[in-house]
Design a protein around this ligand. Structure first.
Ligand code: PMP
Ligand code: GLU
Length: 394
């Protein structure tokens, strides 16, 4: 008998992490898998950040930290928000968490009552829907079109709002589509929200620096949105620090205080050494990490060019992050190498088994016509992976 809670029984496994685990398993069996499933930079954490961590160990930073983060880290975050985003936050508006993932979980748990609706422009990052559901909320998917670079329009937003709408969550640059909302596009969304003063916005900006077109815009930059926007960010992507697990928010004080209270009962403060290291990361000029962005930009051009050659893959040009999100629906219903591909999950499994390339099904991101390919891998791996995909499908 299944004695687990309904809560866990109704939860999906994170598709990104599941695919990474599957790839690891196959590799252990001796299969030469190219992993393009996980959204994880393949660079090392920059030396100046590592040195700050080593110093923190030597300086005996080993005690519990304040639940919402060291004051010095909060100050570095405040400086970063001002420097990069023109946003003014005070210490009482900042909460440091164990990754942006925990920050998002905190937000859902302090904001949602059972039945509250959260609008998610689709495709959305894999964990949004489950974090919302886990906290009693109801995800409301707004389908976006590849012809509009997978961005939600103001009209689509208006049509999705109901009396139960509590929040909107989106990422820009977007995981998985790589789309970047322009200032005008955000303004159009903000204009709709003027008619609905109780709706709050989560602006997930964790890919802020991995932007190939310049011009990152935050919802909270609009004076009329500042008081109801929670800006989420972290160091996993820009500083190649996924395993260090530090994320943070800038939020209205009452929300930050609630997140602090929630975190105090769940995990306490984030890891002490990682927090000290992140002070160095955030205090550094963003030019220190430009070499990684430049490399991602080259890889994007490389993979877009290579994918162009694969019949039936329709891809938009991502403006940020490190993913491409091709529509593969032209293969649905076809049988290749004795395997019938009926949906994106079948395609992703087919590529894993026949091309030995790990991708993630778009179903996990709310779009069942696409697959996500991460190009946070070396150029050689990208070339080899696309060659294998092409061969397997031909
Ligand atoms: N938001 C988005 C859009 C992401 O892609 C991720 C995954 N890295 C996260 C949040 C969570 O990041 P982390 O917990 O590593 O800070
Ligand atoms: N966010 C990354 C991804 O989308 C890392 C995996 C995860 O946290 O789900 O692949």
């Amino acid at each position: 008998m299944n004695q687990l809670s309904d809560r866990i029984n109704n939860l999906s496994t994170s598709a990104t992490l599941a695919m990474a685990a599957k790839a690891r398993e196959l590799r252990a069996e001796g299969k030469d898998i190219i992993g393009l499933s996980l959204g994880e930079p393949d660079f090392n954490t920059p030396d100046f950040v590592k040195e700050a961590a080593i110093k923190a160990v030597d300086d005996n930073y080993n005690s519990y930290t304040p639940v919402d983060g060291y004051v010095e880290l909060k100050d570095a975050i405040i400086t970063k928000f001002k420097r990069d985003n023109g946003l003014d936050y005070s210490r009482s508006q900042i909460v440091v968490s164990t990754g942006a993932k925990q920050a998002l979980f905190n937000i859902a748990s302090v904001m949602l009552n059972d039945g509250d609706e959260v609008i998610l422009p689709c495709p959305y990052w894999v964990s949004y829907a489950d974090i919302v559901k886990l906290n009693g909320g109801v995800p409301v998917e707004v389908k976006t079109a590849i012809s509009n670079d997978f961005k939600m329009t103001a009209d689509q937003l208006r049509a999705a709002i109901t009396p139960k709408t509590k929040m909107i969550w989106y990422s820009s640059p977007c995981n998985p589509s790589g789309s970047v909302y322009s200032k005008d596009e955000l303004r159009a969304i903000a204009d709709v929200l003027q008619d609905f003063p109780n709706i709050h916005v989560v602006s997930d900006e964790i890919y802020e620096h991995i932007n190939f077109i310049g011009g990152h815009h935050s919802m909270a930059q609009f004076d009329d949105m500042y008081d109801r926007t929670i800006t989420v960010n972290g160091v996993s992507k820009a500083f190649a620090m996924t395993g260090w697990r530090i994320g943070y928010i800038g939020a209205p004080e009452w929300i930050a205080r609630a997140c602090n209270k929630m975190q105090g009962q769940v995990t306490s403060g984030a890891n002490c050494i990682a927090q000290r290291a992140v002070i160095a990361a955030l205090e550094a000029d963003p030019s220190e990490i430009q070499y990684m962005i430049d490399e991602f930009k080259e890889r994007r051009q490389l993979i877009l060019g290579l994918l162009d050659d694969i019949e039936g893959f329709k891809t938009n040009e991502p403006e940020g992050a490190f993913y491409v999100f091709p529509n593969v629906s032209s293969y649905f219903g076809k049988t290749i190498k004795g395997k019938t591909i009926n949906n994106a999950t079948d395609m992703s499994l087919f590529l894993l088994e026949e091309a030995l390339v790990a991708t993630v099904t778009g179903e996990a991101f709310g779009n069942p016509d696409c697959i996500r390919i991460s190009y946070a891998a070396s150029q050689e791996q990208i070339i080899e992976a696309v060659k294998r995909i092409k061969e397997a499908l031909s």
